[in-house]
Design a protein around this ligand. Structure first.
Ligand SMILES: [Zn+2]
Length: 240
């Protein structure tokens, strides 16, 4: 397939998944809608609205998880009762929320920010970096995430056993780098995509004969590191 077709295929799949999710929500729950608009150094902001009772102030719970070790560091609650002019065109506008977040008390790392209301997860899951290393990995202060679901992840290095005669050269012509390069099935993840795995943001820039479907091979510098990594099933995210 040509690269453009791969991207179309990928977008088509996302569109299908979106329709499926919308239909599922309409059928089974879907009284609450809302989104996380932003996470910055002070707070997490968004809106939540109970559509069956639009005058009420919905309860919102924001869950913050350290992506490096998987630990939930905070569950913060508030009510969505803040007036926002940009929301007023759709209803009262009295359903914004803002929760102060003491990021520095959590320590350096990459934090996943999710919000729930009325038993439903709000859209707009975000990631926020604390410390220079996490900020450099994300390239900016806060990014939107889209979960791609669970993938099998494995590890490879430039050695002959892992990479044949290719060494550190990738299939897209770059030189592979640790904490940066991943090998993907480009029919599932297009080249150039930024993918967060375990709090690290990688770039899809390599492929391999053994990497098919929901499988990602992560580049490491040494074979010892690939042995230590082994094979892990983890939820991965597209960084947008
Ligand atoms: Zn190796």
């Amino acid at each position: 397939m040509q690269k453009a077709n791969r991207i179309h295929w990928f977008l088509g799949t996302l569109l299908m998944m979106t329709f499926f999710l919308i239909n599922t929500f309409n059928a089974f729950a879907a009284q609450t809608s809302g989104i996380i608009d932003n996470a910055d150094e002070n707070s997490v902001r968004g809106w939540a609205l109970n559509r069956s009772d639009p005058g009420s102030a919905a309860e919102v719970k924001v869950v913050i998880t350290n992506q490096t070790n998987g630990q939930v560091v905070a569950e913060l609650t508030t009510t969505a009762s803040k007036y926002r002019e940009d929301l007023a065109a759709q209803g009262t506008g009295n359903y914004g929320f803002e929760i102060p977040v003491p990021w520095n008390s959590y320590g350096d790392g990459t934090y996943l920010v999710e919000a729930y209301s009325g038993g439903q997860k709000l859209s707009g899951t975000r990631v926020y970096p604390v410390g220079a290393a996490a900020a450099a990995s994300l390239q900016n202060s806060s990014s939107n995430l889209r979960s791609l679901g669970a993938f099998r992840t494995t590890a490879y290095c430039p050695c002959r056993k892992c990479s044949g005669g290719w060494g550190g050269r990738t299939s897209t012509g770059t030189i592979a780098a640790a904490n940066h390069t991943i090998s993907v099935d480009p029919r599932v993840i297009p080249y150039g995509s930024r993918i967060m795995i375990g709090g690290v943001v990688y770039t899809a820039e390599d492929c391999g004969g053994g990497v098919k479907g929901n499988h990602i091979d992560i580049f490491f510098n040494t074979h010892g590191e690939t042995r230590a990594y082994g094979s892990r099933n983890v939820e991965v995210y597209l960084v947008q």
